[in-house]
Design a protein around this ligand. Structure first.
Ligand code: HEC
Ligand code: HEC
Length: 177
């Protein structure tokens, strides 16, 4: 569908309509209204679909999202993922000193998967412009083996990080365009 501009446009429009309820938390164009809720704008569509699948199977835990995802049809999931992926993801303000420290840590430990510009790709999520609070919580969950987020690559990548390091990386990422 992504190779067919007319079908893609129709799918994005259907996704926009289907996402009216999601907008309460994720914003009308995927820019979240609260720090704990992730932005979905500009996110890689394959990643979005995979997370929806993980909420559905319980591999990723969030009581509200798990309940909600069960009522979505397969077609709607794809349309919403394409809609959010097509939205622009603006950067946010950050603490400059922390961001400078976060930059080095990111280049050393994260860039090889998430990319130099943190925009992700077909395999890895975009992190640029994401909410700092959400980033911080998510990274700590992978590191701490809470079972809320499960991914072995992320568990290994985050193992050496102290809480201060995580905060610094989150400040760096949130101000990236
Ligand atoms: C009541 C608020 C709320 C509503 C409504 C809501 N979400 Fe969420 N969503 C969240 C929260 C909170 C998280 C983060 C959970 C966590 O901490 O891991 C989330 C996470 C996600 C993620 C994972 C994003 C990522 O970066 O990993 C996707 C995809 C998602 N939601 C899609 C949707 C869709 C599609 C809808 C509408 C059908 C929707 N959400 C409605 C609160 C909401
Ligand atoms: C070996 C590849 C790899 C490395 C290195 C890596 N990641 Fe990831 N990252 C992933 C994968 C794969 C996912 C998706 C995991 C899932 O499905 O929960 C992910 C997910 C994430 C998420 C969740 C995004 C969202 O929208 O919820 C954050 C945040 C993140 N990584 C931050 C980092 C940081 C910070 C580092 C460096 C300390 C890092 N990653 C290093 C592969 C990697």
């Amino acid at each position: 569908m992504q190779g067919d501009p007319v079908a893609l446009k129709a799918a994005i429009e259907a996704g926009r309509k289907a996402s009216f309820f999601c907008a309460n938390c994720h914003g009308e164009t995927g820019i979240s209204k609260t720090p704990e809720v992730p932005n979905l704008a500009g996110q890689n569509p394959a990643y979005l679909l995979e997370q929806i699948r993980k909420f559905g199977s319980g591999e990723r835990q969030d009581a509200f999202m798990q309940g909600l995802i069960k009522v979505l049809k397969d077609e709607e999931r794809v349309q919403m993922a394409l809609f959010y992926a097509a939205q622009a993801a603006p950067p946010t303000k950050a603490n400059a000193a922390q961001a400078a420290r976060g930059k080095d840590l990111y280049a050393k430990l994260c860039a090889r998967c998430h990319g130099e510009l943190a925009r992700g790709n077909d395999l890895y999520p975009r992190l640029a412009g994401q909410n700092a609070v959400y980033l911080q919580t998510s990274v700590a969950r992978y590191r701490d083996g809470t079972g809320i987020r499960n991914n072995q690559l992320m568990a290994i990548a985050t193992a050496p990080l102290k809480n201060d390091d995580i905060a610094a990386i989150a400040q760096y990422l949130t101000q990236m365009p």
